[in-house]
Design a binder for this molecule. Sequence first.
Ligand SMILES: [Zn+2]
Length: 295
Amino acid sequence: MNKILKSGKFKVFCLGLLFVFALLTLSACGDPKHTHSYIENWEVEKAATIFEDGILSRTCTDENCPDQNKGKETKPITALGKTNEVYDAFSDYADNLEKLENGVRLGQTVDSSDNSMYGAAINFALSYGDTDKIYELENGTTTISFTLDLTSFEENDYTVFSMSFRQNPDYVYVTENMFGILKTANGYTIAQINNTTFGNGDRDLILASSNKVEIEDADNILTFGYKLNFNSAATDFTDQLETKLVVNGEEKITFTMNYNPANTEAGISRIDGIGTLWNVTSNKDTAVFSNLVKE
Ligand SMILES: [Zn+2]
């Protein structure tokens, strides 16, 4: 037998080791014989919102569970904007949306009286079911972005989006930042436009815009971000807010801010936050919207 194994020092060392293990086991589990039992169903501890993850939790159902925290386990609920549950956020003009595995097909509604076409809108709120609410902007930079799968688009197909800004307490519309996306031979024309025809006239508005860029895009899956730089202390929205359009991660357009004449007359010139994100119109109802996130 090895000399070391026979030595008294080694025996003391072994006993010490056992003691430490016993202590660790006791402190980790309280009762080393107890095994937590869980029912399968997780409970919603905090619901997910459009932008923020929620929390699911469960605890040990054994009433004699010795653990102070009842063996509590948690896991996140993915923010709804990142899942196809974003479908439920489109609360206005949403009759022709289709919920897909990875997003929402942006169907258009056709008004048969004049053949105008319009798509669905998201009313921004902290939780679902709250219409006519403002997503209040904090000072500094907030970027709200989304992904569009335009693989179904052919040359000259277009779609238009707009983000509107409103004033508390009555959710009064103040202004909006609207842009069009027009498929070209090699990519897309992206342009600020300030009006819509709810139809093919928007193609001409995009082409006539003085604030536009041409981009190339190989896979026809594009990410658009409204990068909002907000200063609540300013007295007029033209000083309060600077909006840039980020396309595939690059700042491409700085929006010029436009007054709504009716509001100017009424003296409404400040904004408090975002009202809606609207797929204003398109000649095609096959764009797929996904991954609505806030950074
Ligand atoms: Zn337990």
